[in-house]
Write a protein that binds this ligand. Sequence first.
Ligand code: HEC
Length: 109
Amino acid sequence: MQFIPIVALTGFFLVGVFSYLTYAGDARAGRQKITTCQACHGLDGLSKNPESPNLAGQVESYLARSLEAYRSGERKNDAMNIVAKDLTDEDIADVAAYYASIQVDVLPP
Ligand code: HEC
């Protein structure tokens, strides 16, 4: 009766791989991970510094791709290359989900 444990283990493995591949960022977790980002980008994603862009309401995949590019050095900016260096894939997904989840209302002038 080796069969059942093997099926169960394969099932757990596949669930693990699937959830890894489809890991969608967790905005709540992301909010806890932006301690260093707030100084420049704000807790609300609205820049507190004329050099830094607003991130609130930005497209999630764009935020994640930008952070990956800073982390790899493909996109160059002194501050962001240092900040992104230690972010894990999960951190990037969470932080991107958090900033993307902030509602921005645009009022035409
Ligand atoms: C010292 C200030 C500073 C800190 C701290 C900082 N940033 Fe930035 N961030 C910047 C600046 C300046 C830019 C614009 C860089 C450029 O021109 O590429 C930027 C750009 C970005 C962009 C790209 C935005 C776009 O519109 O392309 C993202 C995403 C981002 N930061 C996320 C973060 C996250 C997440 C953190 C924290 C882990 C963080 N930043 C911490 C200053 C900062």
